[in-house]
Design a protein around this ligand. Structure first.
Ligand code: SF4
Ligand code: SF4
Length: 370
């Protein structure tokens, strides 16, 4: 038996509370976490007991298969931690992970067998998490895996066919990511393009552990969840980075970093003029942050690069300059700070981009005159 199966069995042999207590968490911490999750998922505090109940009673019985396609493994890294685990990462450990290539010791024929057995044993019942884009069609051989030499496309199609729910974890599996950036030599596509089943996209490069675990939790609780136009869970991707950014007051006041390291940078001014794509990007990073809520890119001094939007590698270049009049896939239906992702259609953002740039420069002029 490989290490990871052993690891999971050892986790699932323990109750959730035993596992949490082993890492220094109390029942009170767990209930506080459940309450925070209920709020984060937009369910209201009354759902906290249901969340605690779903995790304690259903999580260890839910089979999960995690596939790796063409990717960098950053999404797994975002979730799996070897030291100082969070309650989120321990809850993920507590799920019945049947297959996860990064952390299992099996290789070659044994790994192939593990996957085949898991799919057969839990057909129609497992949650499939896919990380990475899928080189497809006549280019599918660019991703050839395992002792039997199956393509990633074959493996993913087979796993999708028998899954109860499919979650695309990260921008590569959600939208193609950097693998699909022009000129896309391997014809990489998102997982949704190789199955006719519905796929929930959890994009981000990487998505935060909160967005991964929160989406799995909603599946455990309801089997599905409200999604936006790009099939992203609304609870996480409903608002723009710009709407909750800690530097927003500086944007409105026309106070901008003009170049990295200048006086404005030292004062924490807005990063729009050095390329921040927060006004065009839907994600909850400003609220949830990364690395146990410690910090996030804008907090650390670099603008948002728009990683949770489709085709951002192509449509949001260059990363350290404002967008000006580029073309985009998403377009705002309104300019308000409460513009929501489900109101956004597919189209051209040019006018909005110009309008935001104009707003920024008008505010800057006003500021200069003061
Ligand atoms: S442009 Fe970027 S740094 Fe400035 S307020 Fe918006 S999200 Fe924050
Ligand atoms: S701040 Fe922007 S680029 Fe960074 S992770 Fe969030 S959405 Fe992606």
């Amino acid at each position: 038996m490989d290490f990871f199966r052993h690891f999971n069995n050892s986790c699932s042999n323990k109750s959730l509370m035993e596992l949490l207590e082993e890492h220094g968490f109390t029942r009170r911490d767990f209930l506080k976490w459940s309450s925070g999750m209920a709020t984060m998922l937009g369910l209201g505090a009354t759902f906290a007991p249901s969340i605690a109940n779903a995790v304690e009673n259903n999580a260890s019985n839910t089979p999960v298969i995690w596939l790796h396609m063409a990717e960098c493994t950053g999404c797994s890294e975002s979730l799996l931690r070897s030291d100082a685990p969070t309650i989120d990462s321990l809850i993920f450990d507590y799920l019945n992970i049947e297959y996860h290539e990064t952390v299992m010791a099996a290789s070659g024929h044994q790994a192939d067998e593990n996957l085949e057995n898991a799919i057969k044993k839990h057909a129609g019942k497992y949650v499939l998490l896919v990380e990475g884009a899928v080189p497809a069609g006549s280019s599918s051989f660019y991703l050839t895996l395992g002792a039997k030499g199956h393509t990633g496309e074959e493996i993913a199609k087979n796993a999708c066919a028998n899954a109860a729910a499919i979650l695309a974890i990260g921008t590569c599996s959600s939208f193609g990511g950097i693998q699909a950036a022009a000129p896309n030599p391997t014809n990489a596509v998102p997982i949704s393009k190789i199955t006719n089943k519905s796929v929930i996209n959890v994009p981000g490069c990487p998505p935060s552990e909160k967005n991964i675990v929160g989406s799995i939790l909603q599946i455990l609780l309801f089997g599905t969840m409200p999604l936006d136009n790009f099939n992203r869970p609304k609870w996480a991707y409903e608002h723009r980075i710009h709407d909750y950014c800690e530097r927003r007051g500086h944007f409105d006041a026309g106070e901008f970093v003009e170049s990295f390291g200048d006086e404005g940078a030292k004062k924490g001014y807005c990063l729009y003029k050095v390329g921040c794509k927060g006004p065009y990007t839907f994600n909850n990073c400003a609220k949830q942050r990364f690395n146990q809520h410690i910090n996030w890119p804008i907090g650390a001094g670099h603008g948002c690069i728009g990683c949770s939007e489709p085709d951002f590698w192509d449509s949001m270049r260059t990363y350290e300059e404002p967008l000006k009049s580029h073309l985009f896939q998403s377009v705002f239906s309104g300019m308000g700070a409460d513009a929501m992702s489900d109101k956004i259609g597919i189209g051209v953002l040019t006018l909005t981009g110009v309008a935001i740039a104009a707003h920024a420069s008008i505010a800057a002029i006003k500021k200069d005159k003061e």
